[in-house]
Design a protein around this ligand. Structure first.
Ligand code: FAD
Ligand code: NAD
Length: 467
């Protein structure tokens, strides 16, 4: 029987990063992945393919609506969905092969098959051809991720009633895409198809889209996406979804309790994701799950069985690739006897619509609920020279600082390249910068990042220069 110091089950951004860090620390490491390609949800059916389609559809949108304003005339550009999906597949292929390369480079043994516990130290790998192999491992890291959730009354036929996985592989552009859930997936994939010409109707249960983010972001994103033609039905609870041939019908109740019916040709169910432990046989190792099916861990991501850890989407917390990766590194270092730390408050969140939405730290609503005295600075992107040059004038940056100490407690932004701009806020907050600190740092001109300095100036005492 092969023996390993550490075995990682699942090769997503949690698992493969954990495996690489374990190998770097000198552990004999194995990784088990049930699919033939490495990289998990993120690389195969999540972050990377969705961003590839977002980028392609954004080029199309620009060619169709924005190039003429820049003096570039292209008559009637055509969106070729098959080529877009093929390009997306090429991007996925290169990226997943890159992980295989990293496994080889770090001398990590890769097992292809379903990993299931036989005991707390033995894991059986069942390969696609049905053959099995059992390995012995001193430590195991569960990194089995998540799968799309659905609603109890919905039957996903994966053809017209679909999840994000199928929405990344459509063979035609929907005429009318009905999106259930105005969260990250609904708005990102809704944006892809809106840009490609679909009518897109979002049905959201809460009274706002991206409901967990700062209210100001939700309001602005709603405004901008409506301007782009997306339709929103908020405070609307879906009751049933039916398919009839090529037509789908979604019946819901609006906030007055009245029935509303939406008819389209595709329904994207984007109501969250659920932890995935099917086939893992955690009970044979004695590992406990919580009431939501997540692997239960302590603050060191250690399960109730001391040599078994769990990370990423399968444990509590934000379901984000970079959170999973931080946890992978943390667990590897803990096993090596180091004392790593993750500041969960400073895991940034990004929505890759255009304009992009990004945030770190606490929202204004959270800070108010906690009774923290705050000051808030805002700066609109349209006041920047850089925004006017590119034409990306929507959005703002909001900096929230402690009223007394001036320490930055939250940064919330919507605008061009916010996904990249948020890194400055993360660094600042990790070093416990004050709004004054940011306002005194030189920001290159003309850049979108100048809005960060201006919002900080606004927070420190309404000293913004350009607004
Ligand atoms: P996963 O990536 O889910 O990987 C788990 C792996 O374990 C899978 O490969 C699975 O096959 C394997 N596995 C499961 N059980 C077994 C078993 N018993 N044996 C062997 N292998 C097993 N996050 C971001 O931060 N940014 C984004 O832009 C972003 N975009 C997204 C877009 C979409 C459409 C979706 C669906 C998700 C997106 N996410 C994004 C979320 C991100 O993909 C997840 O948070 C991330 O993949 C979680 O990583 P993980 O390693 O915990 O699990
Ligand atoms: P989500 O939690 O972001 O959004 C789900 C939305 O569905 C919420 O707004 C919720 O109120 C709504 N909803 C729930 N039940 C409903 C119902 N019955 N009717 C109508 N609306 C309902 O989940 P998601 O968009 O499915 O994404 C899943 C996970 O994947 C998220 O946790 C997210 O972190 C991750 N993800 C991240 C990114 C990114 O980082 N850019 C992109 C995609 C996905």
């Amino acid at each position: 029987m092969s023996q390993f110091d550490v075995t990682v089950i699942g090769s997503g951004p949690g698992g493969y990063v954990a495996a690489i860090r374990c190998a770097q620390l000198g552990f004999k490491t194995a990784i088990i992945e049930k699919y033939p390609t490495m990289g998990g949800t993120c690389l195969n059916v999540g972050c990377i393919p969705s961003k590839a389609l977002l980028d392609s559809s954004e080029h199309f949108e620009n060619a169709k609506h924005n190039f003429a304003n820049h003096g570039i005339i292209i008559n009637d550009p055509v969106a070729d969905i098959n080529r877009m999906v093929a390009r997306k597949n090429e991007v996925v292929d290169q990226t997943t092969k890159g992980i295989q390369f990293l496994m080889d480079k770090n001398k990590i043994t890769v097992f292809e098959g379903v990993g299931s516990f036989e005991s707390a130290t033995q894991i059986k790998v069942t390969k696609n051809d049905g053959s099995t192999e059992t390995i012995d491992s001193k430590y195991t890291i569960i990194a089995t991720g998540s799968k799309p959730s659905t609603l109890p009354f919905i039957t996903l036929d994966k053809e017209r009633i679909i999840t994000s996985t199928e929405a990344l592989n459509l063979k035609e552009i929907p005429k009318h895409l009905i999106v259930i859930g105005g969260g990250v997936i609904g708005l990102e994939l809704g944006s892809v198809y809106k840009r490609l010409g679909s009518e897109v109707t979002v049905v959201e249960f809460m009274d706002k889209i991206i409901p967990t983010m700062d209210g100001a972001l939700s309001k602005e994103l709603n405004k901008v996406l409506r301007k782009q033609g997306m339709k929103f039905n908020l405070s609307t609870g879906v009751q049933s979804v039916e398919r009839n041939g090529d037509t789908v019908k979604v019946t819901a109740k609006d906030k007055k309790g009245e029935e509303v019916v939406f008819e389209g040709d595709y329904v994207l169910v984007a109501v969250g994701r659920k932890p995935y432990t099917d086939g893992l046989a955690v009970e044979k190792a004695g590992v406990d799950l919580d009431e939501r099916g997540r692997v239960k861990t302590n603050e060191h991501l250690q399960t109730n069985v001391s040599n078994i850890y769990a990370i990423g989407d399968v444990v509590a917390g934000a379901m984000l690739a970079h959170k999973a990766s931080e946890e992978g590194t943390l667990v590897a270092e803990l096993i090596a006897g180091q004392k790593p730390h993750i500041n969960y408050n400073l895991i940034p969140g990004v929505v890759y619509t255009w304009p992009e939405v990004a945030a770190v730290g606490k929202t204004e609503e959270q800070l108010k609920a906690e009774g923290v005295a705050i000051k808030v600075g805002n700066f609109p992107m349209r006041a920047l020279g850089r925004s006017r040059a590119s034409g990306d004038v929507d959005g703002f940056i909001k900096v929230i600082a402690d009223e007394k100490t001036d320490e930055i407690l939250g940064v919330h932004m919507i605008g061009a390249r916010a996904a990249d701009l948020i890194a400055e806020a993360v660094v600042a907050m990790e070093y416990r910068a004050s709004a004054e600190d940011i306002s005194r740092m030189s920001h290159a001109h003309p850049t979108y990042a100048e809005a960060m300095k201006e919002a900080a100036l606004d927070a420190t005492g309404k000293r913004a220069i350009h607004f």
